[in-house]
Design a protein around this ligand. Structure first.
Ligand SMILES: [Zn+2]
Length: 263
């Protein structure tokens, strides 16, 4: 198959790649939302796709000398090479609808978008930048949760990021959380659910433990669609489901509303 074409994993149709890209990386046949890289996400949200990358120089270490089926430092190096990113989050600053906004976007391609010390530090710095500039803050989550290779140091990021968001809250600055497929574990259990608005893309998997673990623990079959966006909206876990093509305009409208600005 030529690289001009690709198969949608959801509806199995063979599609012209350009048609998917033109449609915000959403399948034109079945509306399946393909995963975006952090850079694609930031470009899609900011005005004219223009933004400055912040905190790019902070790089992860391997303080525990952790080895699973390969050493963590080797895993980091491989992921850095694969994604051309130093870590699993990209911080951006730019404008949305003319409003200065700081955005952190997680990149699933880098170790499942997992949160280690550097991801937590970068998110905290982005929140502090927003606070200093009196700008709204947005996080786009796409993550398997805390990074086990940094053990408790990863878990501490849940408190650190939450505390940084608390400072924004006290300053009266809006924080919006956008949940993309998947958002799980320690990310769901910290910043991803702390937004003034928590909004998700259609059919995203959102939860703490995965469905298999829950089924094995409670020894019951889970209902259909459990932990998917629409189920969570119905049960009051999130505020709205927003298709990707409407996401930018939805957020700009919400920003104006929160900042009491007219269109
Ligand atoms: Zn499809």
């Amino acid at each position: 198959m030529s690289s001009l074409w690709t198969r949608c994993n959801n509806c199995q149709r063979i599609l012209y790649k350009e048609d998917i890209l033109d449609n915000h990386s959403v399948c034109p046949a079945c509306a399946f939302h393909f995963r975006l890289s952090a850079s694609e996400r930031l470009a899609m949200l900011y005005d004219d796709g223009q933004f400055d990358v912040l905190d790019h120089e902070i790089r992860p270490l391997d303080p525990l000398k952790f080895v699973d089926n390969q050493p963590y430092d080797k895993r980091l190096a491989d992921n850095q090479k694969k994604t051309s990113l130093p870590e699993a989050v990209v911080n951006g600053a730019g404008k949305m609808g003319g409003i200065r906004v700081v955005i952190s976007a997680l990149d699933f391609a880098f170790m499942g978008g997992s949160m280690g010390s550097v991801v937590g530090e970068k998110i905290a710095r982005a929140a502090e930048r927003a606070l200093a500039e009196k700008a709204p803050f947005i996080i786009v989550s796409c993550s398997g949760g805390a990074r086990m290779q940094e053990g408790a140091l990863s878990l501490m990021q849940m408190a650190k990021t939450s505390a940084a968001l608390g400072r924004l809250e006290r300053a009266g600055l809006p924080f919006f959380s956008i949940l993309a497929d998947p958002t799980t574990g320690g990310v769901t259990a910290s910043f991803a659910m702390l937004g003034n608005l928590n909004i998700a893309e259609p059919n995203a998997l959102i939860g703490f433990a995965g469905p298999r673990v829950i089924e094995q623990t409670i020894k019951e079959k889970l209902p259909k669609g459990f932990q998917r966006t629409e189920f969570l909206l119905k049960h009051g876990m999130i505020d709205d489901v927003v298709p990707r093509k409407n996401l930018r305009s939805y957020i700009i409208r919400a920003l104006r509303l929160y900042l009491n600005k007219s269109a």
